[in-house]
Design a protein around this ligand. Structure first.
Ligand code: GDP
Length: 388
């Protein structure tokens, strides 16, 4: 349980390498705690400094770390020290000795009113793209809370069918909500040497997977996170898929299969102008031949379009691209975005984004279905629980 009388310190910047780290100190004893540790290079103690004044000085721990400190409110102070692990750790240790409770950033919710707000802040900390952040900011701003409160009002007014529709509309956006932080998973699959690694590098924008002329050299599943149309997407380049007796390749093909099974979308890559596997024409045929689970609606990609003879068209539905020249890549990326998020939520739309919220909404929907309106309301109310 957090208390509003507690004074806490939290590292706001991500752990690990960085030029500067920021420690946030908040609570009734924040200024006194920092004053026990900080000596301004010139000037009075922090308690006598005006709000917003930026003061350089020394942190009086054994390290004598140089820091910049700012009192932002009566009960709030920011300490900026060197980045990395040691300097912020020393600052936090001294603040703990001065009576502060040290918290993880994700538990930094002292001034949050609701659990949704706490969850939104956590999700925002894990969020890597602007579009996902915009959706989460809407929820932090109250979009989800308002929609759930509205469904409760509808239920209380006896409009059960309408309430069921409102809850169903929220649940429909659940899969999108969960991926705002976890990212969508896209797997690049196909035979060796068709250019899967090159394609992944081209999409991600820099070289990461090994590219080699000898078939079968990319033995493992290599993943990178990219922003595709503003959404977070983990792209995985699988080992070349083919029947083999080589146990090493067989093991990596097994991992490729597992990746395909859990993917949101599979790009089935072939080399331009070549049939994907001699004697096969459809994605289903190919997957069957390779003993793979058939991905639902893969995007077929014909790579190496730059090698195509004039007038030559890729077979079937394949999108023609060249990982080497970049031709067709913008269209491919747009197609991936459309497939992953066919119906992007408009600004301000309520989106449930955690397992907790979705489970409560699912149970509310089931209770409405069974006519147990009291229980349904209880689940909706639970979505709106206060921060503890
Ligand atoms: P993977 O085994 O499917 O991952 O294929 P790689 O990405 O390792 O590429 C195999 C070979 O094809 C390498 O020599 C690449 O340089 C080449 N390659 C990949 N994409 C293209 C392309 O779009 N055009 C051309 N001309 N060569 C390509």
């Amino acid at each position: 349980m957090s208390s509003h009388h507690e004074t806490f310190a939290a590292l706001l910047t991500p752990p690990g390498r960085g030029a500067v780290a920021v420690v946030h100190v908040a609570g009734p004893a924040a200024v006194a705690a920092v004053d026990r540790c900080f000596r301004a290079a010139n000037g009075p103690p922090l308690a006598q400094q005006p709000f917003g004044a930026i003061r350089f000085g020394r942190w009086s721990s054994e390290t004598g770390e140089e820091v910049v400190v700012c009192r932002t409110a009566d009960d709030r102070v920011e300490v900026h020290c060197h980045g990395g692990d040691a300097a912020p750790r020393a600052v936090l240790d001294d603040l703990a000795a001065a009576g502060c409770t040290v918290r993880e950033w994700s538990g930094h919710s002292n001034d949050a009113d609701s659990l949704i707000e706490v969850e939104a802040r956590r999700a925002l900390a894990d969020c890597v793209t602007d579009r996902a952040a915009a959706v989460l900011l809407d929820q932090l701003g109250g979009a989800l809370a308002e929609a759930v409160a509205d469904a409760r009002r509808t239920l209380a007014a006896g409009k059960t069918d309408d309430a069921a529709d409102q809850v169903a509309a929220l649940l429909a956006l659940g899969p999108l909500g969960r991926r705002l932080t976890s990212g969508w998973r896209v797997v690049i699959a196909g035979r060796p040497n068709v250019g899967k690694s090159s394609l992944m590098n081209a999409i991600v924008g820099y070289r990461r997977a090994i590219v080699f002329d000898e078939p079968g050299v990319t033995r493992d599943v290599v993943s990178e996170v990219a922003a595709i149309e503003g959404w977070p997407v983990e792209l995985s380049d699988t080992a070349g898929l083919r029947d083999t007796d080589d146990p090493l390749e067989a093991a990596s093909a097994q991992r490729a299969r597992a990746a395909i099974e859990s993917a949101d979308l599979v790009l089935l890559v072939e080399a331009f102008g070549e049939p994907i596997t001699p004697g096969t024409s459809s994605a289903e045929d190919l997957c069957e031949r390779l003993g793979l689970p058939t991905p639902s609606k893969p995007i077929r990609v014909a790579n190496k379009a730059d090698l195509a003879m004039a007038g030559c068209e890729p077979g079937g539905e394949a999108m023609a691209v060249s990982a080497t020249t970049g031709a067709g890549l913008a269209e491919l990326v747009a197609a991936i975005g459309r497939r992953l998020v066919p119906d992007p939520p408009p600004p301000g739309r309520a989106v449930p984004f955690t397992a907790r919220q979705q489970e409560r909404l699912t149970r509310a929907a089931a209770a409405i279905d069974l006519g147990d309106l009291e229980q349904a309301d209880g689940h909706l109310q639970a979505v709106l629980a206060p921060a503890d």
